[in-house]
Design a protein around this ligand. Structure first.
Ligand code: SF4
Length: 478
């Protein structure tokens, strides 16, 4: 539990007010409509590629076993990865904090007198708040993933770890392009919008001195960096500029090349409902003398940012199994109503609820662990079987122990007494069930219930209790 008390806090933590964020998100009907439409599509696409229940269960077991094996020997694998990368002429840098990682990027840029950087999608770079950092040093950092490009135009953080602009619909994106890109006409045609972005970004790729990318998996036995993407921008970032910097969290290492196929199948199927992404990039070093293209220099920055302390906790370490597929977000009844911005930190949804309190500390972000109905949907879909609800319970307990609640109010005491009676005295239980059947859908939107009833669909209880129903069907009630 030590890392929960001594977290790696971001400056952002102090400004975080979850309750305000939630109220704002829930009252934004456009946001809720956009999220619902996007989530339905993502859920359906995932279902279509994982139709065979036995196959997906087998794959999930395999994926979980691979990642558990990697975590069990993480220090050794990281050392092997470094040795093999160095053999491949990749320069490896270690960063304990995001500040150190940012500083390393800056030093590499300065050593090349570089002022322009193009970026592929990378959640670790979001964790580092790299764009804002580089801006303060007069370096242009340009997002080239279409979703990231859209939110960069609006100066917003990602709302989803795979689909950063998921909170926006086509009309809103059309307006953003028209407002923010010089001479861009207003169009809602997806192909035309993409062409506008492509035209702008092509110049950036050609002029940038450095390209930066994330890493999906790093293979220790060969020193290979694996990156998946659909737009080709990742390949442009890693091959066109003369210098490539990759950034990764230290949990991204896997042992063998043969670990990749099942993990890739799980990642792409869960994230975007694809059997495989359009591009799978395997980077094993800078351009060789006889080769015509590719960067002349490749760097890898391996970021800790609290991960090794998470690893030391025998229960919470399972958080590090995550392959950042985002499917737990798509299936979460809380995320799908709030979107990512309400969570206030880089990682939203179920994975954010377990990762952020550990990175930022319970005091700053422990409240996130309570934003769950513990419905288990996240665990049921997680491709590497992270027991998210268990981890949430553990974090809630730790948070409650650190912040003991003041003694219960008299209203709370009465409510709990009533609850106890209802569940221990059969006659009270029967009466309460009948009252519930009558009250369903009629909950008052006033008084202390207001906060709950004004933003939720009132439950419709059955008019008859289960016992009455089975009796009326002629079934003997035991
Ligand atoms: S916790 Fe599981 S489902 Fe969620 S992003 Fe990570 S791997 Fe995907």
């Amino acid at each position: 539990m030590d890392h929960l008390n001594h977290p790696v806090k971001s400056n952002h933590a102090a400004r975080f007010n979850f309750k305000e964020n939630v109220t704002g998100a829930l009252s934004n009907l456009q946001l809720r409509q956009n999220l619902r439409a996007a989530m339905d599509t993502l859920i359906e696409k995932r279902r279509a590629v994982f139709q065979d229940a036995d196959e997906i269960e087998g794959l999930r077991n395999q994926g979980a076993a691979i990642k558990r094996r990697a975590l069990a020997q993480l220090p050794h694998l990281l050392k092997t990865l470094e040795q093999n990368l160095v053999k491949n002429n990749v320069k490896v840098h270690w960063a304990e904090t995001t500040d150190q990682a940012n500083q390393t990027v800056l030093e590499i840029m300065r050593s090349h007198k570089a002022t322009r950087l193009v970026k592929g999608k990378s959640m670790v770079s979001e964790e580092m708040h790299l764009n804002a950092f580089l801006e303060t040093h007069d370096i242009e950092s340009m997002e080239t993933d279409l979703g990231e490009y859209i939110i960069q135009l609006e100066n917003e953080p990602p709302s989803h770890i795979i689909v950063p602009a998921i909170h926006k619909n086509k009309d809103q994106i059309a307006q953003t392009f028209h407002d923010k890109i010089p001479d861009a006409p207003y169009t809602e045609d997806a192909e035309e919008l993409t062409a506008i972005a492509r035209q702008t970004l092509r110049h950036k790729f050609l002029k940038a001195e450095v390209g930066l990318s994330g890493v999906n998996f790093a293979v220790a036995e060969t020193g290979t960096l694996c990156l998946v993407e659909n737009e080709g921008n990742g390949r442009m970032c890693t091959t066109v500029p003369p210098v490539h910097i990759a950034v990764m969290g230290l949990e991204k290492v896997v042992e063998k090349v043969s670990d990749l196929p099942p993990l890739l199948r799980l990642l792409t199927g869960s994230a975007t409902g694809q059997m495989i992404t359009t591009y799978v990039n395997l980077i094993s070093g800078p351009r060789k003398q006889e080769e015509k293209d590719g960067p002349r220099e490749v760097h890898l920055i391996i970021l800790d940012n609290g991960r090794s302390r998470i690893l030391a906790d025998p229960v919470l370490r399972e958080t590090l199994l995550c392959i950042r597929c985002g499917t737990c977000l798509n299936h979460c009844p809380v995320y799908t109503r709030l979107g990512g911005h309400a969570y206030g930190f880089v990682y939203p949804g179920p994975i954010g609820k377990i990762l952020t309190p550990q990175m930022e500390g319970l005091e700053a972000a422990g409240v996130l662990a309570s934003a769950s109905s513990l419905c288990n949907a996240c665990e049921a879909v997680c491709p590497v079987k992270i027991p998210i609800p268990n981890l949430l319970r553990r974090l809630r307990n730790d948070h409650a122990q650190k912040n003991p609640k003041p003694s219960k109010s008299s209203i709370e005491r009465i409510v709990w007494k009533g609850w106890q009676l209802m569940n221990t005295v059969p006659m009270v239980n029967t009466l309460a069930a009948r009252a519930g059947g009558f009250m369903g859908g009629r909950l008052p939107k006033i008084g202390p219930l207001k906060e709950w009833t004004t933003i939720r669909t009132a439950p419709r209880y059955a008019r008859q209790t289960l016992h009455d129903q089975v009796r009326s069907e002629g079934v003997e009630d035991a």
